[in-house]
Design a protein around this ligand. Structure first.
Ligand code: F6R
Length: 585
């Protein structure tokens, strides 16, 4: 969940690493720190809170590493912020991941006289390295012996006060090397250095090595590996705000293009993937958070359009289904980042059973993309805001197109999706934006918001509630219209806001009855519908897009959540406690 970056080269490492760290903030932002090789000493600085727009002047150097943290072990404090050091402060370490056996390792090291300063799991790495260096090993060998002792996940960067190099090791957390003409970067995500190079080596699990005047990569047994860099086609502008106040706003408005891009794959490619779904003996759609909801929405579309049953499982629960898996099972793993630990763990379990894996991801260099048998990129460009907006609708667009293609209706599916993308102009027209902004004012001080939907709109209600919770910190819950009266209706009282998704599909009559039920108990009913209804106290007008409804109908609620967050003075790009890639289980 954390972000790490290092640089070694002819330019000022402190400045490059600090700048790159700001772009990694989406991975965690409760504290940050930097270690700089300053002559034969290590200079360091740690701070609690997000880096934001902070500016610091650090000593000039050719070697530096840095870290932005999303706390796992140890509370948020300066002492627990990375980098961590060995007893003599000769070694500095930054780490993304979790060392599961750190208790035992720490005990062993303390018995040998090592003094620990922090409560983190990471600090054991610095002391283990020190222990091996004291045995006379060089840093490369010390790192190899250290990682042999670690259980869990890690992307590690290490510097030593007397060594002109950055050492690295990787297992189950992303790490890549950027090869620039003035030096080398090593970071969790290319976004950190994409303004310097797009020539990148994505490291594999159990690879360790160092960069000095060139990269050296070894396997765990010390055998050298020669890895060819690949070119990544992301551009810096895609990772910038381009005049918008927040990334969330930019990414909401980008959806009119990203939805179309999602379905711009060659027809043959979509047909080939569809055949996999058709021929599989059991299909499981898996994902986490919003990606899981995208799977859930799509399962209705598969059922309705393609007459195909697909199982949908929250990735973190998928392991318990492994008994059903066979080599003929197809897993459709949906993940924006392709680094979500729950998804990767599920995929690994499925692979043990020889099931086939189709990855739908936005990051084609991600671990998920690399370990899957088939890949369908979302092509949304980097999503920087911590909460998903454009990638959710890209997932929906792709899965919808697969369902249509499976029904032999590729062209019809594509047309509907393009129509949905075009409808965003109307949904977010100046008049509609104003109306949503007015609604945000009415809702900003509410304690609870409920969201209701049926059919494809059921999972949309779940996603709407998730968006509201994430950025406004208002308690929001999504329910199916039918489920409400089995208990939750007890929570409805005078003026409780209820967002009701009422598209003109087979759910319309019943969801309107559910709206009436909550209204009878005093609820303030907000209808998201192509048609006004007397039960609505507030109407969010959306076009009638039939089967492509779900893709467009979430957009006004994304914008509503964004507006409420702003009115409450919260930064929607950096919600508290969250991180973009959840790389821990
Ligand atoms: C919600 C959100 C998260 C992610 C979830 C899965 O706005 O961003 O719920 O959807 O953490 O992430 P990916 O899709 O990267 O696997």
């Amino acid at each position: 969940m954390c972000g790490i970056i290092g640089y070694i080269g002819n330019e000022n490492a402190s400045e490059l690493v600090f700048k790159g760290l700001k772009r990694l903030e989406y991975r965690g932002y409760d504290s940050w720190g930097i270690a700089i090789k300053n002559g034969n000493e290590i200079f360091s600085k740690k701070c609690v809170g997000a880096i934001g727009d902070a500016e610091y002047t650090f000593p000039k150097s050719m070697v530096a590493i840095a870290h932005t943290r999303w706390a796992t072990h140890g509370n948020v404090s300066e002492i627990n912020a990375h980098p961590h050091f060995c007893c003599k402060k000769h070694i500095a370490v930054v780490h993304n991941g979790i060392i599961e056996n750190y208790h035992e390792l720490r005990k062993e090291l303390e018995e040998k006289g090592h003094e620990f300063l922090s409560d983190t799991d990471t600090e054991v790495i610095a002391h283990l390295l020190e222990e091996f260096l004291e045995k006379g090993y060089n840093l490369e060998k010390a790192l190899k012996e250290t990682v042999k002792k670690l259980e869990g996940s890690y992307a590690i960067l290490v510097i030593h006060k007397d060594d002109h190099a950055i050492y690295f090791a990787k297992k189950d957390s992303p790490l890549c090397i950027g090869i620039a003409d003035h030096g080398f970067f090593v970071a969790s995500d290319p976004v950190a250095f994409i303004d310097h190079t797009n020539n990148i080596i994505f490291l594999e699990d159990y690879e360790i090595g160092y960069v000095n005047t060139h990269p050296k990569i070894f396997d765990i047994h010390g055998k050298e590996k020669y890895r060819k860099p690949i070119k990544v086609d992301w551009k810096l502008e895609q990772a910038e705000k381009n005049g918008y106040e927040y990334y969330m706003e930019k990414e909401i408005f980008e959806q009119k293009e990203t939805i179309i891009r999602a379905v711009s794959h060659e027809k043959e490619k979509i047909e080939k993937i569809t055949k996999l779904i058709d021929n599989a003996f059991g299909v499981f759609f898996i994902g986490s958070g919003s990606s899981y909801y995208a799977c859930l929405v799509s399962s209705y579309i598969f059922s309705k359009i393609a007459k195909k049953h697909v199982n949908v499982v929250d990735a973190s629960e998928f392991g318990y289904y492994k008994h059903f898996l066979t080599p003929r099972t197809l897993i459709v793993a949906v993940s924006q980042s392709g680094e979500t630990a729950d998804v990767l763990d599920a995929v690994k379990k499925a692979k043990e059973k020889h099931a086939k894996i189709l990855a739908i991801t936005n990051v084609i260099s991600s671990t998920l993309a690399r370990i899957s048998d088939y890949l369908l990129p979302m092509q949304a460009g980097p999503e920087i805001c911590v909460v998903s907006t454009k990638t959710f609708t890209s997932q929906l667009a792709l899965l919808t197109l697969l369902a249509y293609t499976l029904a032999g209706k590729y062209n019809e599916g594509k047309e509907k999706i393009i129509e949905a993308a075009k409808a965003i102009e109307t949904i977010l027209s100046p008049e509609n934006k104003k109306s949503i902004e007015e609604l945000a004012k009415k809702l900003k001080d509410k304690e609870h918001i409920f969201c209701l939907g049926r059919g494809v709109s059921y999972a949309l209600a779940l996603e709407a509630a998730l968006k509201i919770k994430e950025v406004t910190y208002i308690h929001a819950e999504g329910f199916s219209g039918g489920f409400l009266k089995h208990g939750t209706i007890a929570l409805i009282e005078k003026d409780t806001p209820c967002i009701v998704f009422a598209p003109k599909d087979e759910t319309y009559k019943e969801i309107i009855s559910n709206a009436q039920e909550v209204k009878a108990r005093g609820a303030f009913v907000i209808g998201v519908s192509p048609e006004n209804n007397k039960v609505f106290d507030y109407w969010i007008k959306v076009p009638n897009l039939k089967e492509a409804t779900a893709i467009a109908n979430i957009i006004p609620i994304q914008y509503l959540a964004y507006q409420i967050a702003k009115l409450k003075g919260y930064n929607p790009d950096r919600p508290r406690n969250l991180a973009k890639s959840v790389t821990v289980k």
